[in-house]
Design a protein around this ligand. Sequence first.
Ligand code: NAD
Ligand code: 6OD
Length: 486
Amino acid sequence: MKSFKHFINGEFVDSRSGKSFEKRSPADNALIGHVQEGGQPEIDAAVAAAKAAMEGPWGRMSIDERAALLHKVADEITRRFGDFVAAEMADTGQPKSMMEHAFIPRGAANFKIFADVVKNVATESFMTPTPDGAGALNYALRVPKGVIGVICPWNAPLLLMTWKVGPAMACGNAVIVKPSEETPGTATLLGEVMNAVGVPKGAYNVVHGLGPNSAGEFLTRHEGVAAITFTGETRTGAAIIKNTADGIRDVSFELGGKNAGLIFADCDFDAAIEGTMRSVFLNCGQVCLGTERLYVERPIFDKFVVALKARAEALKLGAPIDAGVTLGPLISKEHQGKVLSYYAKAKAEGATIVTGGGVPEMPGALANGSWVQPTIWTGLPETASVIREEIFGPCCHITPFDDEADAIRMANDTKYGLSTAIWTSNLSRAHRVAAKVEVGITWINSWFLRDLRTPFGGSKQSGIGREGGVHSLEFYTELRNVCVKL
Ligand code: NAD
Ligand code: 6OD
Protein backbone atom coordinates (compact mmCIF):
# COMPACT_ATOMS: atom_id res chain seq x y z
CA MET A 1 0.00 0.00 0.00
CA LYS A 2 1.47 3.34 -1.02
CA SER A 3 1.54 6.53 0.98
CA PHE A 4 1.75 9.71 -1.11
CA LYS A 5 3.30 12.41 1.05
CA HIS A 6 3.84 16.10 0.43
CA PHE A 7 7.34 17.13 -0.66
CA ILE A 8 8.15 20.38 1.11
CA ASN A 9 11.62 21.87 1.54
CA GLY A 10 13.22 18.66 0.27
CA GLU A 11 11.40 16.40 2.74
CA PHE A 12 8.49 14.01 2.47
CA VAL A 13 5.94 14.97 5.12
CA ASP A 14 2.41 14.17 6.26
CA SER A 15 -0.39 16.71 6.70
CA ARG A 16 -0.60 18.40 10.07
CA SER A 17 -4.35 17.73 10.05
CA GLY A 18 -3.72 13.99 9.73
CA LYS A 19 -6.17 13.95 6.81
CA SER A 20 -5.70 11.77 3.74
CA PHE A 21 -7.82 10.33 0.93
CA GLU A 22 -7.80 7.12 -1.08
CA LYS A 23 -6.28 6.60 -4.49
CA ARG A 24 -7.91 3.73 -6.39
CA SER A 25 -6.93 2.06 -9.66
CA PRO A 26 -9.00 3.17 -12.67
CA ALA A 27 -8.55 -0.31 -14.18
CA ASP A 28 -10.02 -2.43 -11.36
CA ASN A 29 -10.88 -0.01 -8.54
CA ALA A 30 -8.32 -1.67 -6.23
CA LEU A 31 -6.92 0.55 -3.47
CA ILE A 32 -3.46 1.78 -4.53
CA GLY A 33 -2.70 3.93 -1.50
CA HIS A 34 -3.49 6.95 0.61
CA VAL A 35 -2.76 10.53 -0.39
CA GLN A 36 -2.03 13.22 2.17
CA GLU A 37 -4.61 16.00 2.04
CA GLY A 38 -2.83 19.31 2.32
CA GLY A 39 -4.36 22.42 3.84
CA GLN A 40 -3.32 25.97 4.68
CA PRO A 41 -0.37 24.89 6.93
CA GLU A 42 1.19 22.83 4.12
CA ILE A 43 0.73 25.63 1.56
CA ASP A 44 2.22 28.14 4.03
CA ALA A 45 5.20 25.85 4.64
CA ALA A 46 5.72 25.27 0.92
CA VAL A 47 5.60 29.01 0.16
CA ALA A 48 8.10 29.72 2.94
CA ALA A 49 10.42 26.99 1.62
CA ALA A 50 10.12 28.24 -1.95
CA LYS A 51 10.87 31.82 -0.93
CA ALA A 52 13.88 30.71 1.10
CA ALA A 53 15.16 28.70 -1.88
CA MET A 54 14.97 31.75 -4.10
CA GLU A 55 16.88 33.81 -1.56
CA GLY A 56 19.35 30.97 -1.00
CA PRO A 57 21.37 28.53 -3.10
CA TRP A 58 18.74 28.08 -5.80
CA GLY A 59 18.36 31.82 -6.38
CA ARG A 60 22.13 32.31 -6.43
CA MET A 61 22.80 29.75 -9.16
CA SER A 62 23.97 30.98 -12.54
CA ILE A 63 21.87 30.12 -15.59
CA ASP A 64 24.54 27.62 -16.64
CA GLU A 65 24.49 25.85 -13.25
CA ARG A 66 20.71 25.75 -13.22
CA ALA A 67 20.50 24.44 -16.76
CA ALA A 68 23.08 21.73 -16.02
CA LEU A 69 21.10 20.67 -12.93
CA LEU A 70 17.86 20.44 -14.92
CA HIS A 71 19.63 18.24 -17.48
CA LYS A 72 20.52 15.99 -14.54
CA VAL A 73 16.86 15.93 -13.48
CA ALA A 74 15.94 14.74 -16.99
CA ASP A 75 18.68 12.11 -16.93
CA GLU A 76 17.55 10.85 -13.53
CA ILE A 77 13.94 10.53 -14.78
CA THR A 78 15.34 8.49 -17.67
CA ARG A 79 17.44 6.37 -15.29
CA ARG A 80 14.33 5.68 -13.20
CA PHE A 81 12.19 5.24 -16.30
CA GLY A 82 10.59 2.00 -15.04
CA ASP A 83 9.50 3.62 -11.76
CA PHE A 84 7.89 6.55 -13.57
CA VAL A 85 6.13 4.25 -16.06
CA ALA A 86 4.81 2.11 -13.21
CA ALA A 87 3.63 5.08 -11.14
CA GLU A 88 1.83 6.78 -14.02
CA MET A 89 0.34 3.51 -15.26
CA ALA A 90 -1.03 2.75 -11.80
CA ASP A 91 -2.51 6.23 -11.44
CA THR A 92 -4.09 6.58 -14.89
CA GLY A 93 -4.72 2.95 -15.93
CA GLN A 94 -3.50 3.80 -19.43
CA PRO A 95 -1.49 1.30 -21.53
CA LYS A 96 2.17 0.85 -20.66
CA SER A 97 3.18 1.44 -24.29
CA MET A 98 1.80 4.98 -24.14
CA MET A 99 3.75 5.75 -20.98
CA GLU A 100 6.93 4.32 -22.49
CA HIS A 101 6.71 5.97 -25.90
CA ALA A 102 5.15 9.32 -25.16
CA PHE A 103 4.27 10.51 -21.69
CA ILE A 104 7.39 9.67 -19.65
CA PRO A 105 10.02 10.60 -22.28
CA ARG A 106 8.20 13.94 -22.70
CA GLY A 107 8.45 14.44 -18.93
CA ALA A 108 12.23 14.28 -19.22
CA ALA A 109 12.37 16.32 -22.44
CA ASN A 110 10.49 19.20 -20.81
CA PHE A 111 13.48 19.82 -18.50
CA LYS A 112 16.15 19.64 -21.19
CA ILE A 113 14.44 21.77 -23.82
CA PHE A 114 13.61 24.65 -21.50
CA ALA A 115 17.04 24.58 -19.84
CA ASP A 116 18.48 25.10 -23.32
CA VAL A 117 15.95 27.75 -24.35
CA VAL A 118 16.67 29.88 -21.29
CA LYS A 119 20.41 29.86 -21.99
CA ASN A 120 19.93 31.12 -25.52
CA VAL A 121 17.45 33.98 -25.29
CA ALA A 122 18.67 37.57 -25.53
CA THR A 123 16.92 40.64 -24.14
CA GLU A 124 16.30 43.84 -26.08
CA SER A 125 18.20 47.14 -25.91
CA PHE A 126 17.51 50.60 -27.35
CA MET A 127 19.67 53.70 -27.78
CA THR A 128 17.55 56.74 -26.92
CA PRO A 129 18.45 60.22 -28.23
CA THR A 130 18.61 62.95 -25.53
CA PRO A 131 18.68 66.80 -25.84
CA ASP A 132 22.34 66.96 -24.77
CA GLY A 133 23.29 64.63 -27.60
CA ALA A 134 24.87 62.02 -25.31
CA GLY A 135 21.92 59.68 -25.45
CA ALA A 136 20.77 56.93 -23.13
CA LEU A 137 21.03 53.18 -23.27
CA ASN A 138 17.98 51.11 -22.39
CA TYR A 139 18.41 47.43 -21.76
CA ALA A 140 16.11 44.78 -20.37
CA LEU A 141 16.85 42.31 -17.61
CA ARG A 142 14.96 39.05 -17.38
CA VAL A 143 14.45 37.96 -13.76
CA PRO A 144 12.49 35.09 -12.21
CA LYS A 145 8.92 35.96 -11.33
CA GLY A 146 9.00 34.37 -7.86
CA VAL A 147 7.06 31.47 -6.39
CA ILE A 148 4.95 29.79 -9.06
CA GLY A 149 1.86 27.71 -8.24
CA VAL A 150 1.42 24.85 -10.71
CA ILE A 151 -2.05 23.27 -10.64
CA CYS A 152 -2.28 20.08 -12.66
CA PRO A 153 -4.93 17.78 -14.17
CA TRP A 154 -4.90 13.99 -14.25
CA ASN A 155 -4.92 13.17 -17.94
CA ALA A 156 -1.15 13.21 -18.66
CA PRO A 157 0.21 13.94 -15.21
CA LEU A 158 4.00 13.99 -15.63
CA LEU A 159 3.96 15.49 -19.10
CA LEU A 160 1.59 18.32 -18.20
CA MET A 161 3.26 19.05 -14.87
CA THR A 162 6.82 19.18 -16.23
CA TRP A 163 5.66 21.23 -19.24
CA LYS A 164 5.23 23.99 -16.63
CA VAL A 165 7.72 23.01 -13.90
CA GLY A 166 10.55 22.66 -16.50
CA PRO A 167 10.39 26.23 -17.84
CA ALA A 168 9.45 27.74 -14.45
CA MET A 169 12.55 26.25 -12.83
CA ALA A 170 14.75 26.93 -15.84
CA CYS A 171 13.85 30.61 -15.43
CA GLY A 172 14.99 30.47 -11.78
CA ASN A 173 11.60 30.35 -10.06
CA ALA A 174 10.71 28.03 -7.20
CA VAL A 175 7.56 25.97 -7.73
CA ILE A 176 4.72 24.53 -5.67
CA VAL A 177 2.89 21.78 -7.52
CA LYS A 178 -0.66 20.78 -6.63
CA PRO A 179 -1.10 17.52 -8.55
CA SER A 180 -4.55 16.25 -9.37
CA GLU A 181 -6.07 14.24 -6.53
CA GLU A 182 -6.46 11.41 -9.06
CA THR A 183 -2.75 11.20 -9.97
CA PRO A 184 -0.37 11.75 -7.05
CA GLY A 185 2.35 9.32 -8.21
CA THR A 186 4.82 10.96 -10.57
CA ALA A 187 4.84 14.40 -8.90
CA THR A 188 5.86 12.65 -5.66
CA LEU A 189 8.50 10.57 -7.43
CA LEU A 190 9.92 13.73 -8.96
CA GLY A 191 10.71 14.90 -5.41
CA GLU A 192 13.04 11.91 -5.04
CA VAL A 193 14.67 12.83 -8.35
CA MET A 194 15.20 16.45 -7.24
CA ASN A 195 16.93 15.28 -4.05
CA ALA A 196 19.00 12.65 -5.88
CA VAL A 197 20.56 15.17 -8.27
CA GLY A 198 21.03 17.90 -5.66
CA VAL A 199 18.36 20.46 -6.52
CA PRO A 200 18.42 22.88 -3.56
CA LYS A 201 15.70 22.35 -0.97
CA GLY A 202 12.53 24.32 -1.55
CA ALA A 203 13.01 24.88 -5.30
CA TYR A 204 10.48 22.11 -6.07
CA ASN A 205 7.61 21.44 -3.67
CA VAL A 206 4.51 19.27 -3.91
CA VAL A 207 1.37 19.72 -1.84
CA HIS A 208 -1.32 17.10 -2.44
CA GLY A 209 -4.96 17.82 -1.88
CA LEU A 210 -8.25 18.74 -3.45
CA GLY A 211 -9.40 21.92 -5.23
CA PRO A 212 -12.02 24.11 -3.55
CA ASN A 213 -11.41 24.89 0.14
CA SER A 214 -8.30 22.72 0.03
CA ALA A 215 -4.68 22.85 -1.18
CA GLY A 216 -5.65 24.04 -4.68
CA GLU A 217 -7.66 27.04 -3.56
CA PHE A 218 -5.23 27.93 -0.74
CA LEU A 219 -2.37 27.97 -3.26
CA THR A 220 -4.21 30.30 -5.64
CA ARG A 221 -5.12 32.66 -2.77
CA HIS A 222 -1.66 32.82 -1.15
CA GLU A 223 -0.12 36.27 -1.28
CA GLY A 224 3.38 34.79 -1.40
CA VAL A 225 2.63 33.17 -4.77
CA ALA A 226 3.57 35.38 -7.72
CA ALA A 227 1.72 33.54 -10.49
CA ILE A 228 -0.50 30.55 -11.12
CA THR A 229 -0.13 28.27 -14.10
CA PHE A 230 -3.10 25.95 -14.45
CA THR A 231 -4.25 23.15 -16.73
CA GLY A 232 -7.75 21.85 -16.28
CA GLU A 233 -11.41 22.49 -16.88
CA THR A 234 -12.68 25.86 -18.05
CA ARG A 235 -15.01 26.27 -15.07
CA THR A 236 -12.12 25.56 -12.65
CA GLY A 237 -10.15 28.27 -14.47
CA ALA A 238 -13.05 30.66 -13.81
CA ALA A 239 -12.93 29.84 -10.07
CA ILE A 240 -9.16 30.30 -9.95
CA ILE A 241 -9.22 33.64 -11.70
CA LYS A 242 -11.58 34.96 -9.00
CA ASN A 243 -9.24 33.75 -6.27
CA THR A 244 -6.15 35.31 -7.86
CA ALA A 245 -7.90 38.64 -8.51
CA ASP A 246 -7.26 40.22 -5.10
CA GLY A 247 -3.50 39.79 -5.36
CA ILE A 248 -3.48 40.78 -9.08
CA ARG A 249 -1.50 37.60 -9.66
CA ASP A 250 -0.61 36.59 -13.18
CA VAL A 251 -2.25 33.47 -14.65
CA SER A 252 -1.55 31.14 -17.54
CA PHE A 253 -4.50 28.88 -18.32
CA GLU A 254 -4.74 25.78 -20.49
CA LEU A 255 -8.40 24.86 -20.36
CA GLY A 256 -11.00 22.65 -22.03
CA GLY A 257 -11.67 22.07 -25.69
CA LYS A 258 -14.27 20.74 -28.11
CA ASN A 259 -12.00 20.38 -31.06
CA ALA A 260 -12.98 19.69 -34.65
CA GLY A 261 -11.40 17.29 -37.10
CA LEU A 262 -12.03 18.49 -40.68
CA ILE A 263 -11.68 15.69 -43.20
CA PHE A 264 -11.82 16.70 -46.86
CA ALA A 265 -12.61 14.28 -49.69
CA ASP A 266 -9.16 14.84 -51.22
CA CYS A 267 -7.30 13.64 -48.09
CA ASP A 268 -4.98 10.66 -47.87
CA PHE A 269 -7.82 8.47 -46.58
CA ASP A 270 -5.75 5.94 -44.66
CA ALA A 271 -3.66 8.66 -43.00
CA ALA A 272 -6.83 10.55 -42.05
CA ILE A 273 -8.36 7.44 -40.48
CA GLU A 274 -5.13 6.63 -38.64
CA GLY A 275 -4.73 10.19 -37.33
CA THR A 276 -8.40 10.52 -36.41
CA MET A 277 -8.29 7.24 -34.50
CA ARG A 278 -5.53 8.73 -32.35
CA SER A 279 -7.27 12.08 -31.98
CA VAL A 280 -10.49 10.44 -30.76
CA PHE A 281 -9.28 7.44 -28.74
CA LEU A 282 -5.74 8.14 -27.45
CA ASN A 283 -5.66 8.07 -23.64
CA CYS A 284 -9.29 6.87 -23.77
CA GLY A 285 -10.27 10.24 -25.27
CA GLN A 286 -8.92 12.11 -22.24
CA VAL A 287 -6.77 14.56 -24.19
CA CYS A 288 -7.65 18.24 -24.27
CA LEU A 289 -6.58 18.36 -27.93
CA GLY A 290 -8.76 15.39 -28.90
CA THR A 291 -11.38 15.71 -31.64
CA GLU A 292 -14.85 14.92 -30.32
CA ARG A 293 -16.42 16.66 -33.35
CA LEU A 294 -15.61 15.28 -36.79
CA TYR A 295 -16.77 16.96 -40.01
CA VAL A 296 -16.33 14.83 -43.13
CA GLU A 297 -16.90 15.98 -46.73
CA ARG A 298 -20.01 14.27 -48.06
CA PRO A 299 -18.46 12.20 -50.94
CA ILE A 300 -16.37 10.19 -48.42
CA PHE A 301 -18.73 10.40 -45.43
CA ASP A 302 -20.15 6.85 -45.55
CA LYS A 303 -16.75 5.29 -46.30
CA PHE A 304 -15.17 7.25 -43.42
CA VAL A 305 -17.85 6.23 -40.91
CA VAL A 306 -17.51 2.55 -41.88
CA ALA A 307 -13.69 2.65 -41.65
CA LEU A 308 -13.63 4.48 -38.30
CA LYS A 309 -16.23 2.08 -36.87
CA ALA A 310 -14.13 -0.94 -37.92
CA ARG A 311 -11.02 0.54 -36.32
CA ALA A 312 -12.85 1.55 -33.13
CA GLU A 313 -14.27 -1.96 -32.77
CA ALA A 314 -10.76 -3.39 -33.17
CA LEU A 315 -9.41 -1.44 -30.16
CA LYS A 316 -8.18 -3.82 -27.50
CA LEU A 317 -9.37 -2.97 -24.00
CA GLY A 318 -7.47 -4.42 -21.07
CA ALA A 319 -5.09 -4.08 -18.17
CA PRO A 320 -2.43 -1.39 -18.72
CA ILE A 321 0.42 -3.83 -18.30
CA ASP A 322 -0.79 -6.18 -21.07
CA ALA A 323 1.10 -5.74 -24.33
CA GLY A 324 -1.22 -5.02 -27.23
CA VAL A 325 -3.80 -3.14 -25.16
CA THR A 326 -4.83 0.00 -27.05
CA LEU A 327 -7.63 1.42 -24.90
CA GLY A 328 -7.52 1.93 -21.16
CA PRO A 329 -10.25 2.90 -18.69
CA LEU A 330 -11.46 6.37 -17.76
CA ILE A 331 -9.73 7.96 -14.78
CA SER A 332 -12.42 7.37 -12.14
CA LYS A 333 -15.91 6.15 -11.38
CA GLU A 334 -17.01 9.77 -11.21
CA HIS A 335 -15.69 10.48 -14.70
CA GLN A 336 -17.21 7.24 -15.98
CA GLY A 337 -20.57 8.50 -14.69
CA LYS A 338 -20.10 11.80 -16.53
CA VAL A 339 -19.17 10.14 -19.84
CA LEU A 340 -22.05 7.65 -19.57
CA SER A 341 -24.45 10.54 -18.94
CA TYR A 342 -23.41 11.90 -22.36
CA TYR A 343 -23.88 8.46 -23.91
CA ALA A 344 -27.45 8.56 -22.53
CA LYS A 345 -28.00 12.14 -23.74
CA ALA A 346 -26.87 11.26 -27.28
CA LYS A 347 -29.38 8.40 -27.34
CA ALA A 348 -32.16 10.57 -25.93
CA GLU A 349 -31.44 13.31 -28.48
CA GLY A 350 -31.86 10.78 -31.31
CA ALA A 351 -28.30 9.94 -32.35
CA THR A 352 -27.54 7.03 -34.63
CA ILE A 353 -25.17 4.92 -32.54
CA VAL A 354 -22.60 3.68 -35.05
CA THR A 355 -20.78 1.71 -32.38
CA GLY A 356 -20.51 1.51 -28.59
CA GLY A 357 -22.68 3.61 -26.32
CA GLY A 358 -22.35 1.60 -23.12
CA VAL A 359 -20.11 -0.24 -20.69
CA PRO A 360 -18.02 -3.14 -22.05
CA GLU A 361 -17.93 -6.54 -20.38
CA MET A 362 -14.51 -6.84 -18.78
CA PRO A 363 -13.04 -10.04 -17.35
CA GLY A 364 -12.27 -10.70 -13.67
CA ALA A 365 -11.33 -7.77 -11.45
CA LEU A 366 -11.32 -5.41 -14.44
CA ALA A 367 -15.13 -5.54 -14.29
CA ASN A 368 -14.80 -3.19 -11.27
CA GLY A 369 -12.91 -0.56 -13.29
CA SER A 370 -14.10 2.66 -14.95
CA TRP A 371 -14.57 1.31 -18.46
CA VAL A 372 -16.73 2.63 -21.28
CA GLN A 373 -17.07 1.45 -24.87
CA PRO A 374 -15.43 3.44 -27.66
CA THR A 375 -18.40 5.22 -29.18
CA ILE A 376 -19.27 6.89 -32.49
CA TRP A 377 -22.47 8.79 -33.25
CA THR A 378 -23.94 10.36 -36.36
CA GLY A 379 -27.20 12.11 -37.20
CA LEU A 380 -27.40 14.79 -34.51
CA PRO A 381 -27.98 18.51 -35.13
CA GLU A 382 -25.21 20.94 -34.16
CA THR A 383 -27.25 21.94 -31.09
CA ALA A 384 -26.93 18.48 -29.47
CA SER A 385 -25.16 18.31 -26.10
CA VAL A 386 -22.53 15.82 -27.29
CA ILE A 387 -21.55 18.25 -30.05
CA ARG A 388 -21.48 21.34 -27.83
CA GLU A 389 -19.98 20.16 -24.52
CA GLU A 390 -16.57 18.69 -23.71
CA ILE A 391 -17.08 15.03 -22.76
CA PHE A 392 -13.43 13.94 -22.36
CA GLY A 393 -14.14 10.32 -23.27
CA PRO A 394 -13.47 7.87 -26.13
CA CYS A 395 -16.24 9.16 -28.38
CA CYS A 396 -17.04 11.41 -31.31
CA HIS A 397 -19.91 12.62 -33.44
CA ILE A 398 -19.47 12.68 -37.24
CA THR A 399 -21.33 15.27 -39.36
CA PRO A 400 -21.16 15.54 -43.16
CA PHE A 401 -20.33 18.87 -44.84
CA ASP A 402 -20.72 20.10 -48.41
CA ASP A 403 -18.11 22.79 -48.85
CA GLU A 404 -15.16 24.48 -47.19
CA ALA A 405 -17.19 27.42 -45.84
CA ASP A 406 -19.65 24.99 -44.26
CA ALA A 407 -16.81 23.10 -42.56
CA ILE A 408 -15.20 26.29 -41.20
CA ARG A 409 -18.53 27.62 -39.94
CA MET A 410 -19.28 24.43 -38.00
CA ALA A 411 -15.73 24.13 -36.67
CA ASN A 412 -15.94 27.68 -35.26
CA ASP A 413 -19.43 27.28 -33.80
CA THR A 414 -18.20 26.63 -30.24
CA LYS A 415 -17.21 28.56 -27.13
CA TYR A 416 -13.87 26.72 -27.14
CA GLY A 417 -10.81 27.43 -29.30
CA LEU A 418 -8.03 24.99 -28.54
CA SER A 419 -7.09 22.96 -31.64
CA THR A 420 -8.15 21.68 -35.06
CA ALA A 421 -6.92 18.81 -37.23
CA ILE A 422 -7.30 19.36 -40.98
CA TRP A 423 -6.95 16.44 -43.38
CA THR A 424 -6.54 17.40 -47.07
CA SER A 425 -4.04 17.02 -49.91
CA ASN A 426 -4.91 20.47 -51.30
CA LEU A 427 -2.11 22.71 -50.00
CA SER A 428 -3.90 25.99 -50.69
CA ARG A 429 -7.04 24.80 -48.95
CA ALA A 430 -5.00 23.60 -45.96
CA HIS A 431 -3.46 27.05 -45.42
CA ARG A 432 -6.76 28.85 -46.15
CA VAL A 433 -8.68 26.80 -43.60
CA ALA A 434 -5.88 26.96 -41.01
CA ALA A 435 -6.03 30.76 -41.16
CA LYS A 436 -9.78 30.78 -40.54
CA VAL A 437 -10.28 28.31 -37.70
CA GLU A 438 -10.49 30.14 -34.38
CA VAL A 439 -8.04 28.05 -32.36
CA GLY A 440 -4.58 28.30 -30.85
CA ILE A 441 -3.17 25.16 -32.48
CA THR A 442 -3.85 23.69 -35.93
CA TRP A 443 -2.46 20.47 -37.29
CA ILE A 444 -2.52 19.77 -41.01
CA ASN A 445 -2.38 16.07 -41.90
CA SER A 446 -1.27 15.21 -38.38
CA TRP A 447 -2.38 15.49 -34.78
CA PHE A 448 -0.53 16.09 -31.47
CA LEU A 449 2.77 16.45 -33.31
CA ARG A 450 4.65 18.61 -30.81
CA ASP A 451 7.67 20.85 -31.10
CA LEU A 452 8.21 22.32 -27.64
CA ARG A 453 9.57 25.57 -29.07
CA THR A 454 6.20 26.46 -30.61
CA PRO A 455 3.43 28.55 -28.99
CA PHE A 456 0.87 26.35 -27.24
CA GLY A 457 -2.47 27.47 -25.84
CA GLY A 458 -6.09 28.12 -26.59
CA SER A 459 -8.29 31.00 -27.64
CA LYS A 460 -11.88 31.79 -26.56
CA GLN A 461 -12.69 29.75 -23.41
CA SER A 462 -9.83 27.30 -24.00
CA GLY A 463 -7.23 29.37 -22.24
CA ILE A 464 -5.30 32.51 -21.45
CA GLY A 465 -1.78 32.99 -22.75
CA ARG A 466 0.72 30.85 -24.60
CA GLU A 467 3.49 28.62 -23.28
CA GLY A 468 6.26 26.83 -25.19
CA GLY A 469 9.76 28.02 -26.17
CA VAL A 470 10.26 31.73 -25.57
CA HIS A 471 6.55 32.14 -24.77
CA SER A 472 7.10 30.18 -21.56
CA LEU A 473 9.88 32.60 -20.69
CA GLU A 474 7.46 35.49 -21.15
CA PHE A 475 5.24 34.02 -18.47
CA TYR A 476 7.84 32.71 -16.02
CA THR A 477 10.01 35.85 -15.94
CA GLU A 478 9.63 39.56 -15.32
CA LEU A 479 11.23 41.80 -17.88
CA ARG A 480 12.76 44.88 -16.23
CA ASN A 481 13.97 47.86 -18.19
CA VAL A 482 17.11 49.71 -17.09
CA CYS A 483 17.74 53.17 -18.57
CA VAL A 484 21.34 54.51 -18.39
CA LYS A 485 21.95 58.16 -19.19
CA LEU A 486 25.25 58.34 -21.05
P1 NAD B 1 -10.05 20.04 -13.11
O1 NAD B 1 -10.24 21.46 -13.53
O2 NAD B 1 -11.18 19.33 -12.50
O3 NAD B 1 -8.84 19.90 -12.09
C1 NAD B 1 -7.55 20.37 -12.40
C2 NAD B 1 -6.82 20.70 -11.11
O4 NAD B 1 -7.43 21.84 -10.52
C3 NAD B 1 -6.82 19.60 -10.07
O5 NAD B 1 -5.54 19.55 -9.48
C4 NAD B 1 -7.86 20.09 -9.07
O6 NAD B 1 -7.65 19.61 -7.76
C5 NAD B 1 -7.64 21.58 -9.14
N1 NAD B 1 -8.77 22.41 -8.71
C6 NAD B 1 -10.09 22.14 -8.81
N2 NAD B 1 -10.81 23.16 -8.32
C7 NAD B 1 -9.93 24.10 -7.90
C8 NAD B 1 -10.05 25.39 -7.30
N3 NAD B 1 -11.24 25.94 -7.04
N4 NAD B 1 -8.93 26.09 -7.00
C9 NAD B 1 -7.72 25.56 -7.28
N5 NAD B 1 -7.53 24.34 -7.83
C10 NAD B 1 -8.62 23.62 -8.15
O7 NAD B 1 -9.54 19.29 -14.44
P2 NAD B 1 -9.28 17.74 -14.63
O8 NAD B 1 -10.60 17.05 -14.60
O9 NAD B 1 -8.21 17.32 -13.70
O10 NAD B 1 -8.68 17.67 -16.12
C11 NAD B 1 -9.46 17.58 -17.26
C12 NAD B 1 -9.69 18.95 -17.89
O11 NAD B 1 -8.42 19.55 -18.17
C13 NAD B 1 -10.40 18.91 -19.21
O12 NAD B 1 -11.35 19.95 -19.26
C14 NAD B 1 -9.31 19.14 -20.23
O13 NAD B 1 -9.73 19.69 -21.46
C15 NAD B 1 -8.42 20.09 -19.50
N6 NAD B 1 -7.06 20.06 -20.04
C16 NAD B 1 -6.64 21.10 -20.81
C17 NAD B 1 -5.37 21.08 -21.40
C18 NAD B 1 -4.89 22.19 -22.28
O14 NAD B 1 -3.71 22.19 -22.62
N7 NAD B 1 -5.73 23.11 -22.69
C19 NAD B 1 -4.54 19.99 -21.17
C20 NAD B 1 -5.00 18.93 -20.38
C21 NAD B 1 -6.27 18.98 -19.81
O1 6OD C 1 2.11 18.62 -25.29
C1 6OD C 1 1.92 19.50 -24.45
O2 6OD C 1 2.81 20.25 -24.06
C2 6OD C 1 0.58 19.68 -23.91
N1 6OD C 1 0.40 20.76 -23.12
C3 6OD C 1 -0.38 18.78 -24.18
C4 6OD C 1 -1.70 18.85 -23.72
C5 6OD C 1 -2.47 17.75 -23.74
C6 6OD C 1 -3.81 17.80 -23.26
O3 6OD C 1 -4.39 16.86 -22.80
